[in-house]
Design a protein around this ligand. Structure first.
Ligand SMILES: [Zn+2]
Length: 290
């Protein structure tokens, strides 16, 4: 058995994982106090939780999934968390004497879907896009895994400012955060969580204004998606992150939008589109795949 740790933008989750099964999971949502001293609190939460787990389980390795730039298992920078140059391996390995690996969240989620989920068996040319706060992605080609910067492909000249420094990036038009912000603005509310957003859209997708927001969102999404398809010609594309909960609304709309607006050059090369099967557990499961 392994321990998977998912350090997200708003919460940390620690799980005992056996292959694709989560045996036990503990979570901590960052409240104001926790955020005040985020690094120290994350460290303490990890050490305490791992100590508890080790009383009941024999653990072979610990895998950490985190949003940010990672090199050789060291977190160089995570803009969402405001953390820089952190070596979780150095912090945890001496305490528990268990090997630790650290990988980018999108890399972990993609790996889990490849091993156990929607991309299982597609070894030649497949892509996994993780669509949540931003858009990340990885590509599998001839059995190898490649990191891809799909979220920062420009789809609008002089478009919206992206936090990467460029303007008009795919993720500034097509992340779930963008859709959520549009709906928040329309409903004039300060917050709506992922579950509420999904339920609301499902119930109101026929509403004229909502349908306009959805159509516009999916159109932008399809511009980026068809660029990827026309360049990489994958046999299958999987969608993860919060986006993967929208099977009932998005997949048919994506296919319709691509066909009705003539967005694809290689018309006979439309890949199979699949929603991620592991949903938000993909990161924590994938963290243990390395
Ligand atoms: Zn960007």
């Amino acid at each position: 058995m392994n321990i998977g740790i998912d350090i997200g933008g708003s919460h940390i989750a620690i799980a005992v994982v056996e292959k694709s099964n989560i045996i036990l999971q503990k979570e901590k949502v960052y409240n104001q106090d926790f955020k005040m001293n985020l690094f120290k609190n994350l460290e303490n939460f990890m050490k305490d939780t791992i100590t508890d787990i080790l009383q009941d389980y024999k653990i072979e390795k610990i895998g950490i999934s985190i949003a940010g730039t990672i090199r050789d298992n060291v977190l160089l920078y995570s803009p969402n968390l405001g953390l820089k140059n952190i070596d979780f391996r150095e912090i945890l390995e001496p305490c528990f004497n268990i090997p630790v690996t650290v990988n980018k969240d999108s890399f972990c989620a993609g790996r889990a879907e490849k091993e156990y989920g929607c991309l299982k068996g597609y070894d030649n040319n497949s892509i996994f896009l993780i669509i949540g706060t931003g858009i990340g992605g990885i590509r599998y080609l001839d059995g190898n895994i490649y990191r891809a910067g799909y979220g920062h492909m420009v789809i609008e000249k002089n478009g919206k400012q992206c936090k990467c420094g460029k303007k008009g990036c795919f993720e500034t038009y097509a992340s779930i955060k963008v859709l959520r912000d549009k709906i928040k603005e329309y409903l004039n509310v300060t917050d709506i969580d992922g579950k509420q957003l999904h339920e609301y859209l499902l119930l109101n997708k026929q509403d004229k204004e909502i349908s306009k927001i959805l159509d516009n969102y999916i159109y932008n999404f399809c511009i980026g998606l068809t660029n990827i398809i026309d360049i990489d010609l994958p046999e299958v594309i999987g969608f993860g992150g919060s986006f993967s909960y929208y099977d009932d609304i998005f997949i048919d709309k994506i296919k319709e939008t691509i066909a009705n607006n003539n967005l694809l050059l290689h018309k006979t090369k439309m890949p199979i589109l699949k929603m991620g099967e592991l949903k938000n557990d993909a990161g924590i499961i994938g963290a243990t795949c390395y």
